[in-house]
Design a protein. Structure first.
Ligand code: KMH
Ligand code: ZN
Length: 277
């Protein structure tokens, strides 16, 4: 019997802009509205990148806190997963500032990759250990973002050394320019490479968003969608909001008889309240 389906909505990202899609939120108010509508549509986790009002990505803890509290105020029980990936070029100290607000969840990026053009998204082994350690100490549940198979292998090595702990929850982020593609064979390879007891979600970039969502739904995984990953509801047609993308996943889930997990059920499936100690 499959778990209920956890839908994460990546509402803002660090790279996508209002020029790409006017629905991308920058201000606190816009973040709250996008998060709220996604929550009503069925998302139980919001993957959050903070922005300044002018759209500039920031990892500043005060700005995150303002957005975090405002979303929590409106969507009482929702889970907010902050990004420790930030934007390309940020230092690990800058990226981890947000952990000071003690979020319920955060991402843990598990390896370096090219990120299009001259960009490199840098996550050395020491970076991964540093972030994991800080999250163990603050009891922040991490989702391990893997952009290719080598990143999974890294997590397994660190697990053996006791440097990664607790229930393992992966996110396969596929289709980044420089990472692994999101074809069915890629998905199956990654799914079969993680430990049996682990849970996973998929985040398909661009055209991979919905085909990967469908594969994950069929195979007992979970799904992330949102404007961070994909700005189109259909080929060539911009999504009007994050919630429109969430609703499309809910429709696919119905086809396969997968019920949608609410935030409390999500906490149980991901064992969010378990301590690392
Ligand atoms: N913005 C990307 C460079 C994460 O949220 O942890 C990194 C990213 C991953 O989005
Ligand atoms: Zn992100």
């Amino acid at each position: 019997m499959m778990d209920k389906l956890i839908i994460t909505c990546a509402i803002s990202g660090a790279e996508v802009t209002k020029e790409n899609n006017p629905a991308v939120p920058y201000t606190v108010q816009e973040m709250v509205e996008e998060a709220y509508q996604a929550y009503l549509a069925g998302a139980s986790i919001i993957h959050l990148h903070a922005r300044e009002d002018n759209g500039k990505p920031t990892q500043n803890k005060d700005r995150y806190n303002e957005i975090y509290q405002a979303i929590k105020e409106k969507c009482k029980d929702i889970i907010i997963q902050v990004s420790t990936g930030g934007a390309v070029g940020m230092s690990r100290e800058e990226r981890s500032d947000v952990l000071e607000i003690k979020p319920e969840m955060a991402t843990l990026d598990c390896g370096t990759l090219n990120f299009g053009g001259d960009d490199i998204f840098l996550n050395t082994e020491n970076d991964i250990i540093y972030f994991a350690n800080r999250m163990h100490n603050l009891n922040v549940k991490y989702e391990m973002e893997c952009f290719e198979k080598g990143h999974i292998d890294t997590t397994l090595r660190l697990l053996k050394k006791g440097l990664i702990k607790g229930h393992l929850h992966y996110s396969f982020v596929l289709g980044v320019n420089g990472g692994m593609t999101g074809e069915e064979r890629d998905f199956l390879f990654l799914k079969d490479s993680i430990p049996f007891q682990a849970t996973f979600s998929v985040a398909g970039i661009g055209k991979y968003e919905f085909p990967l969502a469908e594969l994950a739904i069929k195979h007992g995984g979970h799904v992330r969608v949102g404007l961070e990953d994909n700005i189109y509801i259909e080929k060539g047609i911009l999504a009007e909001s994050n919630s429109e993308l969430v609703r499309k996943v809910v429709e696919i889930a119905k086809k396969y008889g997968r019920e949608i997990a609410n935030p409390e059920e999500t906490r149980q499936i991901l064992r969010i309240r378990e301590s690392y100690q």
